[in-house]
Ligand binder design. Structure first.
Ligand code: HEM
Ligand SMILES: *[C@@H]1O[C@H](CO)[C@@H](O)[C@H](O)[C@H]1NC(C)=O
Ligand SMILES: *[C@@H]1O[C@H](CO)[C@@H](O)[C@H](O)[C@H]1NC(C)=O
Length: 502
């Protein structure tokens, strides 16, 4: 693997060089910082700090270390001071008292380029520009009303998905099925139509381009831990890959925006229409540049598709492993929509058990287990410890969802726990359940995502019975996780769909 070669190169050639740089940079003793204590953490090696203690499965390594050093842990990753937050109480303290200080985002090389110099909502530095685009996203692009306006396209895409399951004779690849569904829904909502003929598997086309973007943005490269080592990307092919992807992405947006210049029949706006309308609106505080529009569109796609699909896959996997839960939710869905071909969105509010299952799925399998990294904009004190400015921050949502102070038998998939206390939700008010983050930088796509996920699940459970595709016993279904920013099931989920038995 090229990463390993790079690690070797880094270890062999960089230390002497960096050491010299560091000598030159050594700071004068800072009396403020000397008085205050940093949170505990493992001992660090020179230069690489604690990098050697991390495995490929970042959230797991961090979980293991946090178990030893506590819910606020301080690491040095390469040259980057890093704080790991892994309990509900610490998350609460941060979001309730220091949300603003924790609302920065670190800059990553690929993310910077592919977000048109940090013009996306997700990567914009905390400040006026971010505030303005975030407002547009919340009020215009992902508002409850806008999400509602996409109801009929969700219905159509779900129907399309159910048809493709009915027609398939062999096992159904749910990993693929749900990714196409999410791609198609987000693509139609954002761009007004499908641009890829509908399949997620085609090797060319816009889904492939956007997937590559996602991968590049999500990948974390060794150079990112040594801020002035950016030039490494020139030599390991990363820069060429990013540039190629950027060109493809930009070409696609040019085409889409061109197509949206002339008004179309009907008054259903897609997100490109909305953004182009706002661009002409003189009431906007910051007039949107076309590059900023492109960056925001990229956000919708890379934040919304594989996260939603991963959620559905994890939940279907848990249902297969827990037949009594599967039975109970199917009874609920089928009795509620008796006589209808398809579950409609108006039915969803009655599906209390299904909603508990979705919460339990988010608790045990948060699709973005470390959320998106944050960066402190100034220094502050948390839990009695000093947190310096410009510290990178990871919230371990997976650990938080298993915090024994809040969750009984945290490792077990038990949706019933939410029937006892159904007020606990994942919208950022309950700090023991944070799959979407919280605070002013929390995910603005919760509504969009939950409509998609609940509707898809309800329909898959309504229309079919599900069985293992191979001889493995249900309880032994492989639940291994793949490495990445989004936590996918490593082995794709293949199940047999049968006509319903009741
Ligand atoms: C199951 C689905 C989803 C999950 C688990 C998820 C999770 C997250 C998380 C953890 C963050 C970082 C929050 C933080 O730093 O506290 C985030 C940010 C964001 N998400 Fe989502 N998301 C999902 C779906 C969506 C959808 C469907 C959209 C849009 C269509 C979306 C758009 C965004 C944007 C724009 C941000 C950046 C917000 C900012 O930095 O101000 N997400 N999401
Ligand atoms: C980003 O900024 C750099 C330097 O300021 C500039 O050369 C480049 O053209 C910008 N790229 C985009 C896509 O705005
Ligand atoms: C299932 O779908 C995933 C995601 O598209 C794909 O990577 C995998 O190869 C597929 N597996 C099978 C057996 O079709």
């Amino acid at each position: 693997m090229s990463t390993q070669i790079f690690l070797m190169l880094v270890f062999v050639f960089l230390p002497p060089f960096l050491y010299l740089l560091l000598l030159g940079q050594r700071k004068k003793p800072n009396h403020e910082a000397a008085k205050s204590r940093l949170p505990p953490g493992p001992r660090k090696l020179p230069l690489i700090g604690n990098l050697h203690q991390l495995g490929g499965m970042l959230y797991r390594s961090l979980q293991r270390l946090s178990a030893e050093y506590g819910p606020l842990m301080f690491l040095q990753l390469g040259l980057i001071p890093t704080l790991i937050v892994s309990s509900a109480d610490m998350a609460r303290e941060i979001f309730k008292t220091h949300d603003r200080v924790f609302s920065g985002r670190p800059v990553f090389y690929a993310a910077k380029r592919l977000s048109y110099n940090l013009s996306s909502v997700s990567f914009a530095p905390y400040g006026d520009y971010w505030r303005e685009v975030r407002k547009i996203v919340i009020l215009e692009l992902l508002s409850a009303k806008r999400v509602q306006s996409f109801q009929s396209l969700r219905d159509e895409e779900v129907a399309h998905m159910l048809d493709s399951v009915s027609l398939s004779s062999g096992p159904v690849n749910l990993s693929e099925l749900t990714l196409s569904l999410a791609n198609n829904i987000v693509c139609r909502a954002a761009f007004g139509k499908k641009y890829d003929g509908g399949g997620s598997d085609s090797k060319s086309g816009v889904y492939q381009t956007l997937r590559e973007t996602q991968e590049l943005v999500g990948g974390f490269y060794i150079a990112e831990f040594f801020p002035w080592m950016g030039w490494l990307n020139k030599f390991n092919g990363q820069e060429a890959r990013v540039e190629k992807n950027f060109r493809q992405l930009d070409e696609f947006y040019e085409k889409v925006i061109e197509e949206h210049r002339s008004p179309k029949p009907g008054n259903d706006e897609d997100l490109v229409d909305v953004l182009l309308r706002l661009q002409k609106d003189s009431n906007q505080e910051i007039p949107l540049h076309i590059d900023q529009i492109k960056a925001v569109l990229t956000d919708m796609f890379i934040a919304g598709t594989d996260t939603s699909s991963a959620t559905i896959v994890w939940i279907m996997s848990e249902l297969i492993r827990n037949p009594s839960v599967m039975q109970r939710v199917q009874v609920e869905v089928r009795e509620t929509v008796k006589g209808k071909q398809q579950v409609e969105e108006s039915d969803l509010q009655k599906l209390i058990y299904l909603k508990s299952i979705v919460k339990e799925g988010f608790r045990l399998h948060p699709p973005v287990p470390l959320l998106l990294p944050r960066e402190t904009t100034e220094s502050c004190t948390i839990g009695g410890f000093h947190i310096p400015a410009n510290t990178r921050v990871f919230f371990n949502a997976k650990s938080i969802g298993e915090d024994p102070k809040y969750w009984k038998n945290p490792k077990e998939f038990r949706p019933e726990r939410f029937l006892l206390d159904s007020s606990v939700d994942f919208k950022g008010q309950h700090f023991e359940l944070l799959p979407f983050g919280a605070g002013r930088r929390g995910c603005p796509g919760i509504q969009f995502a939950t409509q998609l996920i609940e509707l898809a699940l309800a329909n898959l459970l309504h229309r079919f019975d599900w069985e293992m595709a191979d001889a493995v016993r249900r309880e032994e279904l492989d639940m291994e996780e793949a490495v990445g920013l989004t936590m996918h099931k490593k082995v794709p989920l293949l199940l047999m769909a049968k006509p319903p038995t009741f």
